[in-house]
Design a protein around this ligand. Sequence first.
Ligand code: THU
Length: 165
Amino acid sequence: MKKLQIVTEIEELTYDELTAEDRGLIDRAKSMTRTSYVPYSHFHVGAALLMANGEIVTGSNQENAAFSPTMCAERNAAFQAGALYPGVAMKKIAIAAWTMNGHEEGTPYELCFQGQPISPCGVCRQALLEYEAAYGTIEVLLYGRERILRFPTVASLLPYCFTEF
Ligand code: THU
């Protein structure tokens, strides 16, 4: 028997350490949280994808009374990007979450963004991975007020992943 390790190197950054491009993308993800349809969770998620052609494609989570049709922000953005710009690589995705849950009424708007970054769910990782495998690496920027995390690839968030059959 041989033990193996899966090691992922990621970066922790402050907002000030970001490039102007990354700041812009995070700002788009943050502003997309205003468009979430979240009558059930009240948890707003926004995503912004920078395409290789320079376009930015955005998405937000959209919920449903039947629950399972609910669509996450990340997949919403990725599928929209796939449909708008078929064959174009997705360079990076920024993700941010905002909620009043757990905050007193009157809490300043900005403070309702999550302190710690939220990470895409397993289904969204798999969905993004498909485009990464097809068109090239997608960097993942997870926004939190207290810290921002940068993953170099989607595969680094989904080790030992399934891409071929
Ligand atoms: N959600 C996202 O949009 N992205 C994630 O990465 C995690 C979860 C949404 C789904 C649902 O509308 C709400 O957040 C609570 O799970």
